[in-house]
Design a protein around this ligand. Structure first.
Ligand SMILES: Nc1nc(=O)c2c([nH]1)NC[C@@H]1CN(c3ccc(C(=O)N[C@@H](CCC(=O)O)C(=O)O)cc3)CN21
Ligand SMILES: CC(C)C(=O)C(=O)O
Ligand SMILES: [Mg+2]
Length: 263
């Protein structure tokens, strides 16, 4: 695979092709995912749940994320390395800049931040300083206590319009990528069509430019009830590299997500 950059993702969007993304937290799985052709690796704050055993992403620290970023960066191959800013890193623009700086020094190539239109200033300042940003909208797990659980967002017309407007505002502020989590497929499609920047979906239906899942969900090792948008690719695979390849190929062929994975 040729080295994946932001322009690769933009070219995918223009050509109507999809790209695959997967979380990675260590060197071995990162290398395996990269060699399977997965375009984007995410060091997600989901590590608080799947690695550390917490029931939310809130306890994860900047140091936790930096440690896993350094592990993944050594083995990322040709994949693009996206990294989550943890809970409260968006508290002020100054903190966002400092924390994103730490992530970039650890090896991040694209920094993802949860929040709404009020983050425009922080995103503008990051972009000015050469830090590419992905804005995470819809179900934002860092606000789970306010949302009252991991629930689909944008089901009513008013909130759907708000999410679309926020996506527009943050793309105009400089966000290079938008990520939409747990929204109706119709909204996933509307945001993807409305914006020039690539849109990555998780539980956002089949029409976003990219798809992302948590690695443990793809391998079927997540404990407890899994979200509707998850598919265990290990079920039909010979081994873990084969499961990653099957996920990648299903995304590229738009066979995943299917109706049963969408809202
Ligand atoms: N293993 C794992 N996979 C993830 O996708 C994930 C994490 N962990 N940790 C951080 C967040 C939390 N996420 C979640 C967790 C649960 C649902 C969930 O159960 N959603 C319901 C929606 C029901 C509704 O509102 O209709 C579902 O049935 O999918 C969604 C996203 C996504 N992220
Ligand atoms: C689920 C993805 C989008 C994420 O933010 C994470 O893994 O932390
Ligand atoms: Mg996250």
């Amino acid at each position: 695979m040729k080295t994946v950059t932001l322009s690769t993702l933009q070219a995918c969007k223009r050509a109507g092709e999809t790209f695959s993304c997967l979380t990675a937290y260590d060197a071995t799985f990162a290398r395996t995912a990269a060699e399977s052709g997965i375009e984007v690796l995410l060091v997600g704050d989901s590590l608080g749940m799947v690695l550390q055993g917490h029931d939310s992403t809130l306890p994860v620290t900047l140091d936790d994320i930096c440690y896993h970023t350094r592990c993944v960066a050594r083995a990322k191959g040709a994949s693009l390395l996206m990294v989550d800013l943890p809970f409260m890193s968006n508290a002020t623009t100054e903190r966002m800049l400092n924390d994103a700086g730490e992530l970039m020094r650890a090896g991040a190539e694209l920094v993802k931040v949860e929040g709404e239109a009020w983050m425009a200033e922080g995103i503008r300042e990051l972009t000015r300083r050469g830090v590419p940003v992905c804005a995470h909208l819809g179900l934002t797990p860092q606000t789970v206590h306010q949302l009252g659980g991991y629930k689909v967002q944008g089901r009513d017309a008013e909130r759907a319009a708000q999410i679309l407007e926020d996506a527009r505002t943050l793309a105009e502020a400089g966000a290079s990528v938008i990520l939409l989590e747990c929204v109706p497929a119709s909204l996933g499609r509307a945001v993807t069509e409305a914006l020039d920047v690539p849109v990555i979906g998780i539980g956002a239906g089949p029409d976003t430019d990219g798809q992302i899942l948590v690695m443990h969900d793809v391998l079927g090792v997540t404990h407890g009830r899994t979200p509707r948008f998850v598919k265990n690719f290990m079920a039909e695979a010979d081994d873990i590299p084969d499961a990653f390849r099957r996920y990648h190929e299903a995304v590229k062929a738009r066979r995943f997500p299917a109706k049963e994975h969408s809202f």
